[in-house]
Design a protein around this ligand. Structure first.
Ligand code: NAD
Length: 487
């Protein structure tokens, strides 16, 4: 599936896309300065509006049109979205890397194909009928109407398409307030969905977005009476804002997935799996391995295995120096100083990040590892870059205690490499995450080399888990008393 592009090829593609795509925008401001969120190569994007109010109105009209369509016709729309996504996966991957400067084209292409192939459609919507002495009661999964969705910069078009498939399969229209730093890529995906919908006999616009998303346009979305469900995929700030909106909301928030490796694991395989997962799309996925707790008696072998798999081992001094670069201090409105990730490092190639501390490595180095204490930033912070902190532990109790603390109660994702079922069970129970992956790279948890459907909206805080079409429905009951029973 991977394209195996060299860095030079990636840079060439990025330069080409940027030169083709860079056009001055009438709305140019802030993050949109260099990116036109309304057109692609001169073709106007369908479903992109100047105001949030207009976008909601059009999505509402689309929803009303879809209400009169059969489920079979809705499934034709989903089939078309899958086909368009497969065919244009590489375009969105190139756009995403060029616009956000984060991630890798080959991995983003694979992510789009995963969305196309493994996001559930209308088959996910199931009805329930109960019969008894009193007659028949039917429960159906009905659409909400228009869903308001907030999407991140880390998986921009992947999330727009994955959300669209699930929300449309459930019978909804959608309006997006995408991340401003990925607006051109997100709006390309909005346009793709609308082209697929219209081509399959649906309304001309079923998913809508805005030219320039801001916190104000998000606020219009929260308050608008036509928006009946909010779905937020992003960091803690935006999830909190959405959950405080007073509307029904699904929150898919931040993670900091720990990995435990005990001394029963296949250490060579664990080393490869951890680095494959950690470096996937340069560590942008919220499920990707972020820190490792390894038994002391196998730690040297694990580190050596990682070095064989494209890692450079940093000294403690180098790790401390790098931590000062990849995290920056920010003073909040309340005057409090906190550390936030340096956006110039998030999702970048390892080589580019290491250059910032004067370390020159080749493109074959895909991850920097460092043995650090538990308190270190490489363990505690969700960096979203190919840097992995490794902590030695003496036994399973210490490993679980530290891993649970490093996960910070996000209840998002955790990983373990072990053949001891007691250890595996003990960690899974203690960490209480939505996803728990055993003996595989993290991406197996979203159906990439693992069983089960995919999603790019993992709703831990609100409990929907690995979201799918049914997550975007409301249950309705119809009761017929004393009739419709045939026995
Ligand atoms: P982010 O939190 O910076 O932004 C998400 C979106 O929210 C953007 O559109 C942003 O403009 C908007 N936003 C931010 N604050 C807001 C507010 N107060 N009101 C309204 N909108 C607001 O996210 P990002 O950096 O693009 O994504 C990375 C984060 O998202 C990480 O923490 C990652 O773990 C998380 N994430 C979670 C999932 C999941 O499924 N749980 C998936 C992807 C990303």
């Amino acid at each position: 599936m991977a394209l195996n592009l060299t860095d030079a090829q990636v840079n060439e593609i990025v330069a080409r896309v940027v030169s083709e795509f860079k056009k001055p925008s009438a709305q140019a401001a802030g993050p949109l300065k260099d990116w036109d969120s309304t057109q692609y190569k001169g073709r106007k994007l369908v479903g992109v509006y100047a105001t949030m109010e207009e976008a909601i109105e059009v999505a509402n009209a689309g929803y009303r049109a879809v209400r009169s369509m059969s489920v079979a016709d809705r499934e034709k729309i989903i089939t078309a979205i899958r086909a368009f996504t497969r065919a244009e996966a590489h375009i969105m991957a190139e756009l995403g890397v060029a616009e956000t400067k984060m991630g890798r084209v080959d991995h983003k292409t694979a992510k789009h194909k995963l969305v196309a192939d493994k996001t559930p459609g209308t088959e996910d919507i199931i009805e329930e009928a109960r019969t008894g002495d009193c007659g028949l009661t039917l429960t159906e999964m009905a659409p909400f109407g228009v869903v308001g969705a907030i999407t991140p910069s880390t998986n921009p078009s992947e999330t727009v398409i994955c959300n669209s498939i699930g929300m449309i399969a459930a019978g909804n229209g959608v309006v997006f307030n995408p991340h401003p730093g990925a607006i051109a890529t997100s709006n390309y995906a909005v346009d793709l969905v609308n082209r697929a919908v219209a081509g399959a006999g649906g309304p001309p616009v079923l998913v809508a977005s805005v030219v320039k998303p801001t916190l104000d346009t998000a606020s219009v979305m929260y308050k608008h009476p036509s928006i009946k469900l909010l779905v937020c995929t992003g960091g803690p700030g935006v999830v909190k804002a959405v959950l405080s909106s007073g509307k029904k909301a699904i929150g898919a928030g931040a993670g900091n997935p720990p990995v435990i490796v005990d001394d029963t694991a296949d250490i060579d395989k664990a080393a490869k799996d951890i680095i494959d997962g950690c470096t996937f799309d340069n560590n942008l996925p919220c499920i990707a391995e972020k820190e490792v707790f390894v038994f002391d008696n196998v730690a040297d072998r694990l580190v050596a295995g990682m070095q064989k798999n494209g890692c450079i081992k940093l000294t403690r001094a180098q790790a401390d120096e790098l931590a000062k670069v990849v995290l920056v201090e920010k003073t909040g409105k309340d005057g409090k100083v906190s550390k936030i990730v340096n956006r110039d490092c998030v999702g970048r190639d390892c080589r580019v990040i290491l250059e910032k501390i004067g370390l020159k490595v080749g493109p074959e180095i895909r991850c920097a590892i460092a043995e650090v204490p538990f308190e270190h930033d490489f363990v505690q912070e969700e960096l979203m870059m190919p840097i992995l902190g490794i902590v030695r532990v003496k036994d399973i109790d210490e490993a679980i205690d530290k891993a649970v603390k490093a996960e910070h109660g996000n209840r998002h994702t955790a990983h373990m490499h072990s053949k001891n079922i007691d250890n595996l069970t003990a960690f899974a129970r203690a960490v209480e995450t939505t996803i728990f992956v055993k003996n595989a790279p993290s991406y197996a948890g979203i159906g990439f080399g693992g069983e089960g459907h995919t999603t790019f909206t993992i709703a831990g805080p609100t409990g929907e888990g690995i979201t799918s079409a049914r997550s975007f429905t409301r249950k309705r009951r119809c009761v017929m008393v004393d009739s419709f029973r045939i026995i």
